[in-house]
Design a protein around this ligand. Structure first.
Ligand code: GLU
Length: 389
């Protein structure tokens, strides 16, 4: 057989996707698995959004559309960025609608990086940041944040990793998996480093609506001199329970958006036409669905964090945002891969190993609370029994 790419051969698959696939396949075989693996809201997409998508399909909106995104959706995105984030972007030149937040990250990174350019990212970090950078031929550079310091971003930690090849910093707030919401001082630290070393910032804001206890999401692009060196990445999946629609977007200064658009044209042409119409309705229609879902996540967050903390050997901080718990689990001398394997095979609870988010998280596992309270309570009881053995 001829060879395939060494680079892809060396690339790690996505643990979150693999665990969800495994849980789904066990469920199809009749195993009663509680899936706390991938972060996929258990809510259905709100009815008015579904109706807009279905009407679009019935109305024949099933063709290619402008690569950059349909004008109505780009306008809705620009209005949303202004209304909710205090950011001003030209919908015709600075916004690109694409097929998921993930693809937005990919086309942005592809447009920014030359081979071996370095991108700093903050660990623990979502499983796909590192591989996405590697896929493009860039060098991912992990900046390890300390759990003992509540994963705070410190200037010295960033400065230590800067080299002449550093091109960008990739940030994610609220954070997957820790739930940390970057505070004003931390945003300021990142800003100062970016300005001092002339770096781009890619800001993944997909969990922006999921913040609790008075925490507030602020886009780094709103800080002085940051807008024109930032790519704001967002999508419909988490706030509007639209994971399967695969609709995301980005906002960036026009000089960069033009480059990004070329990548989009070649990689995907455009995001699904009817999905963009549904997403336009999501951004422009009633917003109480977002609030209702957030309130439900908040209830689960409080109740289940407490329940997890009542299991001997489990220490679960209350997350500030997103919809994941990231507890430390002390079980025998198991690392997080072993704990996750043990929990799925013995307790039929699917969780993501902490080490998938960075090697330092040896004792952590990630559990999503984007599933029903009944499922969560069942999972906690199964874990309690399994970890007592
Ligand atoms: N972003 C979600 C997660 O971290 C969905 C799966 C994925 O894209 O990684 O679980």
């Amino acid at each position: 057989m001829p060879n395939f790419s060494q680079k892809i051969g060396d690339l790690k698959g996505s643990s979150t996707v693999a665990i969800s696939d495994r849980a789904r396949s066990l469920q199809q075989q009749g195993v009663n698995v509680v899936n706390l693996g991938g972060g996929d809201p258990d809510f259905d997409t709100p009815r008015h959004i579904v109706d807009a998508g279905v009407e679009a399909i019935r109305g024949g909106q099933t063709h290619y559309v402008a690569s950059q995104g349909i004008p109505a959706f780009r306008k809705a995105i620009a209005e949303k960025l202004s209304r909710e984030n205090g950011l001003s972007y030209d919908p015709d030149r600075e916004i690109v609608a694409t097929a998921s937040g993930k693809l937005a990250l990919y086309i942005a990174l592809e447009s920014l990086l030359d081979p071996r350019d370095e991108v700093l990212y903050l660990e623990p970090a979502w499983v796909s940041y590192r591989p996405l950078i590697e896929l493009i031929g860039g060098c991912p550079v992990a900046v390890s944040l300390s759990p003992a310091d509540n994963f705070a971003v410190r200037s010295t930690l960033l400065e230590r990793k800067i080299t002449p090849r550093t091109k960008a910093i990739l940030i994610n707030s609220p954070n997957n998996p820790t739930g940390r919401v970057l505070g004003p001082e931390e945003l300021q630290v990142i800003r100062e480093v970016a300005l001092k070393h002339d770096l781009w910032v890619i800001s993944d804001e997909i969990y922006e609506h999921l913040v609790y206890d008075g925490h507030r999401h602020v886009s780094i692009a709103t800080l002085p001199e940051m807008r024109d060196r930032t790519v704001v990445v967002n999508g419909m999946s988490k706030a509007y329970a639209m994971t399967g629609w695969r609709i995301g977007y980005l906002a960036a200064p026009s000089v960069l958006s033009e480059q990004i658009l070329k990548v989009q044209q070649h990689v995907v042409t455009c995001a699904a036409s009817f999905g963009q119409i549904a997403a336009t309705e999501a951004l422009q229609g009633p917003q109480d669905c977002v609030k209702t879902m957030r309130q439900e996540y908040d209830k689960r967050r409080r109740r289940i964090a407490e329940a997890l903390n009542s299991i001997p050997g489990v220490r679960c901080p209350l997350p500030e945002g997103a919809f994941y718990f990231f507890p430390e689990v002390d079980y025998k001398d198991y690392d997080s891969w072993q704990i996750a394997e043990y929990l799925i095979s013995e307790a039929h609870v699917a969780v993501t190993p902490g080490q998938a988010f960075g090697e330092a998280a040896r004792k952590n596992i990630r559990l999503t609370y984007a599933t029903s309270m009944a499922n969560l309570l069942e999972a906690v009881e199964r874990m309690r029994r399994a970890l007592a053995v």
